[in-house]
Design a binder for this molecule. Structure first.
Ligand code: MN
Length: 198
């Protein structure tokens, strides 16, 4: 696993995003979903696998409905400290726009393969990961399933049926606020973006 791509895309003089630091053990959660208002608004779904955050861009955001399959496009690994990042990536920089921490918490790997428990790294390599999320908004079992083609970056994120699934809840619409600042995207922009422009 490498963070070469992550570092290669960014100029750390200009962006406030964190650089990878081997010794940084401050990140206590192991999953995060960041709302990213880049050229196209999307949600970045990240799971700690090994020593990095494996990352997927989910255009429509996660769903608590078992009836909705969400496209999740795998993107470059991010450093663990990225899980605590909420802020503004300046104009002209990679991914320019506001990043909010939409949800975060712990997850458990509950992947089964032919009835046997599968280690997380193996599950990732197999393209089939089942996690039990313990977030503030997202809870219960989700499956991440890679499209069945070699080296495909397209996956699906689907809520599995359990006591938390809810086919009447539009979770991204109902709970738009950051779990870090408590602000919605437009509130955050109003508060911070006007100051940095001019
Ligand atoms: Mn993004």
């Amino acid at each position: 696993m490498t963070l070469r791509h992550y570092h290669g895309k960014r100029d750390f003089v200009k962006t406030p995003e964190p650089k990878h630091n081997e010794k940084d053990r401050s990140y206590k959660s192991n999953f995060v979903v960041q709302l990213h208002d880049a050229s196209h608004l999307h949600y970045d779904f990240r799971l700690k696998i090994g020593n990095t955050l494996k990352s997927w861009a989910v255009p429509k955001g996660p769903s608590m409905k078992t009836t909705e399959k969400r496209l999740a496009v795998e993107t470059e690994d991010h450093p663990l400290s990225y899980g605590d990042f909420e802020g503004i990536i300046p104009e002209k920089q990679y991914g320019a726009g506001v990043v909010l921490i939409w949800d975060t918490g712990r997850f458990k790997n509950v992947t089964l393969h032919k009835g046997k428990k599968t280690a997380l790294k193996k599950a990732y390599l197999n393209g089939h990961i089942i996690v039990e999320l313990q977030g503030k908004k997202l809870q219960g079992k989700f499956v991440l399933q890679r499209f069945n083609v070699d080296n495909n970056t397209n996956w699906m994120l689907i809520k599995m049926e359990d006591e938390f699934s809810n086919n009447r809840l539009d979770v991204v619409k109902k709970f738009p606020k950051s779990v870090a600042s408590g602000l919605t995207l437009s509130e955050y922009k109003k508060k911070y973006l006007s100051k940095t422009k001019k």
